[in-house]
Design a protein around this ligand. Structure first.
Ligand SMILES: [Zn+2]
Length: 234
């Protein structure tokens, strides 16, 4: 009886409260999970997993030595990607992070793009922001990547000590000033990792990620790579 009741309750709920695709906000078909087929086909995927010296790598390398940089999607305003990231970051839909981790991991593994990495670090939120949001939006994505790559996730090596304002509308010099000294590395005396993979949701200016990378490298040495869900080059 139990087995019959539960599916019918689910169908009933699905009629009145259909689960929406976070990319296009249309109801998901019962065969679709997290992101609809239409969005999966239309999302603008980059070729970064197969192009080690891609444009994003060139951009990030200006701010300090970076081994590899990969973002899954190109970011544009008012796009499906923006909608996906908004639902992930502000609407508690953490399953999007896991879905996209499962999406990009096989590509990364095939291309051996991160074959020398030995630890995955989600870019930390400021503690106050973490309390407000209740989660780090790149945690599930990072966990999923690390699982596929057989690597540890390190959540306690870097802390964000400065609550930075959004950088997008700032002038270039102000951006760097805003993120200067924003991160601190703790417990590094026991660190044994040599190549860190820093994970963020969107790379736009690159300033935040670079600031965190610099703090990490100055304290721990070694090398750094980046992965992001999306990136905007301009
Ligand atoms: Zn969709």
């Amino acid at each position: 009886m139990k087995n019959l009741v539960l599916p019918s309750l689910r169908s009933f709920a699905a009629i009145f409260f259909p689960k929406l695709c976070p990319g296009c906000m249309n109801p998901l078909h019962e065969t679709e999970r997290v992101i609809c087929w239409g969005c999966q086909l239309a999302l603008p995927q980059t070729d970064h997993p197969w192009d080690f010296q891609n444009e994003l790598w060139e951009k990030m390398n200006q701010f300090g030595r970076v081994e590899r940089v990969v973002s899954l999607f190109d970011f544009h305003k008012n796009s499906r990607v923006q909608s996906l990231l908004h639902q992930l970051k502000y609407k508690g839909q953490q399953e999007i992070g896991e879905f996209l981790g499962n999406w990009i991991a096989p590509q990364i593994m095939t291309s051996k793009v991160f074959s020398e990495v030995d630890a995955v670090l989600p870019l930390p939120l400021h503690p106050e922001r973490f309390r407000q949001r209740g989660y780090n939006q790149v945690q599930k994505f990072s966990d999923c990547l690390a699982h596929h790559l057989g690597l540890p996730v390190v959540n306690d090596l870097v802390v964000r000590k400065k609550k930075t304002r959004p950088l997008v509308k700032m002038k270039n010099t102000d951006r760097w000033e805003e993120v200067d000294n924003a991160f601190a590395v703790k417990g590094y005396q026991n660190n044994t990792f040599k190549h860190f993979l820093l994970v963020d949701d969107v790379i736009t200016t690159g300033a935040t990620l670079s600031s965190c990378a610099n703090a990490l490298l100055e304290t721990c040495g070694g090398s750094i790579s980046f992965v992001a869900l999306a990136s905007r080059l301009s």
